[in-house]
Write a protein that binds this ligand. Structure first.
Ligand code: SF4
Ligand code: SF4
Ligand code: FES
Length: 344
C-alpha cells in the first residue's frame, strides 16, 4: 500500500493559532485526497475539521486548496496531486474567512448571488402557461454550461480580483447572472446588463486571468460567461460606463498608435460630463506626481510602434475580428474602435 505525506494548514479559533501539521497516510490505489483527509481525522486526529457530503463531485462542499490551487478533494486522486516524494499541501479556500482548519465562512461568496439577483424574474404580463415555461433548445445550448454550477466556490477561492476587492461579484455569481441574462423567460435582461455594467465589482472588473476557468470542476467557464456578458451589454447599448470606455480607449490606443496611450487612457475612461468629475478628481494627485517627475510628458511624447509593428498589430486585430470564437467581446469593442482609429 503506498504512503503519502500531507502538510495541512490548521487553524484553531480557540486560541487564534495557525500552524502546519504533517500526516502520513497509507492509501489504496483509487483513493482520493478526501479519502485521505477522512483517514487522518478518523484514525489520527479527530480535531481536523473539513466539509464534505456527497463524495461524488456533486454537492460542492469539499473544496480545499491542493498544492495552492482550489479543487474538489473528492475528485482529486492522490497520485495526481502528489509530486515526487513531496507532501501534498492542503489548505482552506482563499478569499474567505477561515472558521477552523479547512472550514471557511462562505457567506461572502453566497451573498454575491443575491447581489447579482440570480433568480428568474418572469414577464409579469405573460399568461402563465398551462404546463411549464418552455425553453428553446438552441437557446439552452448556448448557456447550459453556466447552468451546471454546483456552487462549490473553487473559482471564487482562486479569483485574483476577489482577493483584492471584496465587492467583486466573482466568477460564479457572474456566470449565474449570465445564465439569466440569456434566458428568454426572464424579463429583466436590459436592467441586468445595466446593473452588471455599472456596479462596483461587476463585469468590467474581471481581469481575464483564467484562474476561475482552471479551477472549475464542472466546466462552467465563468470567464467566458463574463466576456459574453460584456458582449451582450455592448450589443444592448449599455456603453456609458467606465468599463466599456476603458476597454475601448485601451484597444483604440493600441490600434491607433501601436501602444497603450497612458496619457489619454484615464480621461477617455472617465468620460466627459459632470459624472466624470469625481473620477477625474481622484486621478489628480497621481497626475500631479507624473507631471512633477515628467512622466506625463514622456508618456505623451512616446512614439508608437514601428511601421512593421503596426502592421503586425493590425493583423492581430483583424484576426480577432474574424475569429468565430465563443465570446466575441473583442470583435464588438475592438472592431468599432479599431475602425475609427484607422480612419483618423
Ligand atoms: S478571469 Fe475574472 S472572474 Fe475569473 S478568476 Fe480571473 S478575475 Fe476572477
Ligand atoms: S463556477 Fe465552477 S468553480 Fe465556480 S462555484 Fe460553480 S462549479 Fe464551482
Ligand atoms: S463531497 Fe460533495 S463535491 Fe466533494
Amino acid at each position: 500500500m503506498p504512503t503519502q505525506r500531507f502538510l495541512i494548514d490548521r487553524y484553531d479559533p480557540a486560541d487564534d493559532r495557525a500552524y502546519e501539521q504533517e500526516f502520513s497516510v497509507d492509501y489504496e490505489p483509487g483513493q482520493t485526497v478526501l479519502d485521505c483527509l477522512n483517514i487522518i481525522r478518523w484514525e489520527q486526529d479527530g480535531t481536523l475539521s473539513l466539509r464534505m457530503s456527497c463524495r461524488h463531485a456533486i454537492c460542492g462542499s469539499c473544496v480545499v486548496k491542493i498544492n495552492g490551487r482550489s479543487g474538489l478533494a473528492c475528485q482529486t486522486q492522490v497520485p495526481a496531486a502528489a509530486g515526487r516524494g513531496d507532501p501534498i499541501r492542503i489548505g482552506p479556500q482563499g478569499n474567505q474567512t477561515v472558521i477552523k482548519d479547512l472550514v471557511v465562512d462562505s457567506h461572502k461568496f453566497m451573498e454575491q448571488f443575491e447581489r447579482a439577483e440570480t433568480w428568474l424574474q418572469p414577464h409579469e404580463e405573460q399568461e402563465p402557461p398551462v404546463r411549464e415555461y418552455r425553453q428553446d433548445k438552441d437557446e439552452f445550448d448556448h448557456w447550459q454550461h453556466a447552468s451546471t454550477c454546483i456552487h462549490c466556490g473553487a473559482c471564487y477561492s482562486d479569483c485574483t480580483v476577489a482577493a483584492v476587492d471584496p465587492k467583486f461579484l466573482g466568477p460564479a455569481a457572474l456566470a449565474k447572472a449570465y445564465r439569466f441574462v440569456m434566458d428568454s423567460r426572464d424579463s429583466r435582461k436590459q436592467e441586468r446588463l445595466e446593473a452588471l455594467s455599472r456596479m462596483h465589482g461587476g463585469i468590467w472588473d474581471c481581469t481575464r486571468c483564467f484562474m476561475c476557468v482552471e479551477a472549475c470542476p464542472k466546466d462552467v467557464l465563468p470567464m467566458d460567461a463574463i466576456m459574453e456578458l460584456r458582449t451582450e451589454a455592448i450589443k444592448a447599448g449599455v456603453t456609458n460606463n467606465h468599463g466599456t470606455r476603458h476597454h475601448k480607449a485601451f484597444a483604440g490606443g493600441v490600434a491607433k498608435r501601436g501602444r497603450l496611450d497612458e496619457a489619454t487612457l484615464p480621461i477617455l475612461s472617465a468620460g466627459f460630463g459632470p459624472g466624470a468629475i469625481p473620477e477625474m478628481i481622484g486621478y489628480t494627485p497621481g497626475a500631479i506626481r507624473m507631471l512633477k517627475s515628467r512622466k506625463l510628458i514622456a508618456a505623451a511624447r512616446r512614439h508608437g510602434a514601428s511601421k512593421e509593428g503596426r502592421r503586425e498589430i493590425r493583423r492581430l486585430f483583424d484576426e480577432v475580428a474574424d475569429e468565430k470564437h465563443h465570446h466575441d467581446v473583442n470583435r464588438e469593442a475592438f472592431g468599432t474602435q479599431y475602425a475609427e482609429a484607422l480612419r483618423t
